[in-house]
Design a protein around this ligand. Structure first.
Ligand SMILES: Cc1cc2nc3c(=O)[nH]c(=O)nc-3n(C[C@H](O)[C@H](O)[C@H](O)COP(=O)(O)OP(=O)(O)OC[C@H]3O[C@@H](n4cnc5c(N)ncnc54)[C@H](O)[C@@H]3O)c2cc1C
Ligand code: SF4
Ligand code: SF4
Ligand code: SF4
Length: 404
């Protein structure tokens, strides 16, 4: 090691409880001194090999927690309700399918789309898609931390070669991407989602192993199945032998944990990236508040799912110039957008059971574990009965009748 390098200090990255696992630091290191490992709870974290480190400080500079990137101006936020006009795409999407409409537009420009997909072992990872038939794998929210790997490096290369790139991720991942890139590229559309936090892959895999014990090998899980409508999404797995199974009652306990926030990474309880104004160019989300502050003229569309699009960076608004036969879009207000998503736009509360949930996950029998940590409240049980057992026509009729 050179004498000059020895005189500089080793990098001081985030401690485990502040790190979001965005992996911008790992992507920034050109010396192979940072690798990716899973911590005790299964969250992705950087691991330093001091012998390979030349103490250049690039990793620290790229960390969005240590050096928060500058957010866009709050005065220029524009909010839209939108949905994809292909009903199949919309049914296969979490909300209105705005993601697919934006992504198709990028692919039509010869671009590349990055998003989260399941691999063959049901692990969630960010991948690059260059053809429209690849978008199906990216559709739908996957409710655990996605593995970013070295995708930021790939993005950098593509942008420098003049390719148009759309990257979708959690707000902390997009903050990491922006810090890593160090400058804005006109050919980058950085899109984040509204996000109240993520459990680890370890948590999701433990749950899926338990479900596999009942139904056999699982090939896919849809957390947002719309057969009872968008508001009343069900969890549905595709198994290797038995086809589709709707996860009802206690079998749906992963969803209870996710809704109760007792299994999120610690940095989610003090998230710096959720509130508007944001760092991303656009935000996509479920438009739960649509129609709550001013009349909405498409009540019958609501049960199919409505996406919210927030344009955080006006300079990138032209990426919304999507053919009218692909996406319906209309102006709404930020107030309405915030109304239905109030809790997801500020840090999640850290519940008491959080301290022991992961250590117990590793040591307890899963049935006993789920009784201790993943039992639905009486209110949650009632909602589940309504969704899971009433015929879809009745569920949708009641929801439609309650729309203003
Ligand atoms: C963990 C998580 C929590 C969320 N919480 C909320 C919320 O509280 N309120 C709300 O309004 N919306 C939330 N969303 C966003 C919402 O579920 C939809 O993603 C959004 O409405 C876009 O839907 P769509 O129909 O346009 O796209 P879809 O086709 O559903 O596309 C989903 C997009 O999200 C990306 N994505 C999926 N899973 C992950 C993941 N694990 N990490 C990073 N990116 C991922 C995919 O790459 C894809 O681009 C959350 C999403 C995730 C992943
Ligand atoms: S200081 Fe430089 S060499 Fe060391 S880990 Fe960070 S980026 Fe890599
Ligand atoms: S850059 Fe991301 S992964 Fe690296 S220390 Fe910071 S928050 Fe953690
Ligand atoms: S809540 Fe914040 S820290 Fe947690 S995954 Fe979402 S954006 Fe990242």
């Amino acid at each position: 090691m050179l004498l000059m390098e020895q005189n500089k200090r080793l990098p001081k990255l985030c401690d485990d409880n502040n790190c979001t696992g965005c992996l911008a630091c790992v992507n920034a290191c050109n010396n192979g001194a940072l690798s990716i490992h899973a911590n005790q709870e299964g969250f992705y974290r950087p691991l330093l090999d001091a012998d390979k480190c030349v103490r250049c400080g690039l990793c620290e500079k790229s960390c969005p927690v240590i050096n928060k990137p500058v957010a866009n101006s709050s005065t220029s936020l524009e909010v839209f309700a939108a949905w994809h006009l292909d009903d199949n795409v919309r049914r296969q999407s979490s909300s209105g399918g705005a993601f697919t409409a934006l992504a198709e537009n990028i692919l039509n420009k010869g671009g590349v789309v990055f998003g989260a997909a399941y691999d063959e072992n049901m692990r969630i990872e960010h991948i690059a898609v260059e053809k429209a038939d690849g978008l199906k794998a990216l559709r739908l929210s996957k409710y655990a931390q996605s593995y970013i790997g070295k995708t930021f490096k790939e993005v950098n290369k593509l942008l420098r070669n003049g390719r148009v790139v759309m990257y979708v991720g959690t707000p902390c991942q997009i903050a990491g991407l922006k810090k890593y890139l160090r400058k804005d590229y006109e050919n980058l559309l950085a899109v984040d989602i509204i996000c109240h936090g993520v459990p680890s892959m370890l948590f999701l895999q433990s749950y899926l192993t338990w479900v596999e014990g009942k139904y056999g090998k699982i090939e896919h899980i849809n957390f947002r199945d719309k057969r009872k409508g968008w508001y009343d999404a069900l969890r549905v797995v595709k198994t290797a032998i038995g086809g589709e199974k709707v996860l009802k009652g206690d079998n749906d306990n992963y969803w209870v944990g996710f809704s109760n926030n007792n299994n999120l990474q610690y940095s989610c309880y003090k998230c710096q990236f959720q509130a508007f104004p944001r760092v991303s160019d656009m935000t996509i989300a479920d438009f739960w508040g649509v129609g709550k502050t001013k009349p909405f003229g498409h009540k019958e569309e609501i049960e199919k799912g409505v996406s919210m699009i927030v344009v955080n960076n006006p300079a990138k608004k032209y990426y919304l110039d999507i053919p009218k036969d692909r996406m319906y879009i209309e102006h709404r207000s930020l107030e309405e957008a915030k109304l239905g998503n109030n809790t997801a736009l500020k840090e999640s509360h850290c519940p008491a059971g959080r301290a022991t949930i992961y250590s117990d996950l590793k040591t307890m029998d899963y049935d006993a574990f789920s009784v201790k940590y993943l039992s639905a409240s009486s209110k949650q049980k009632l909602v589940k009965i309504f969704r899971e057992y009433l015929p879809s026509g009745i569920v949708k009729y009641i929801r439609l009748r309650n729309q203003k």
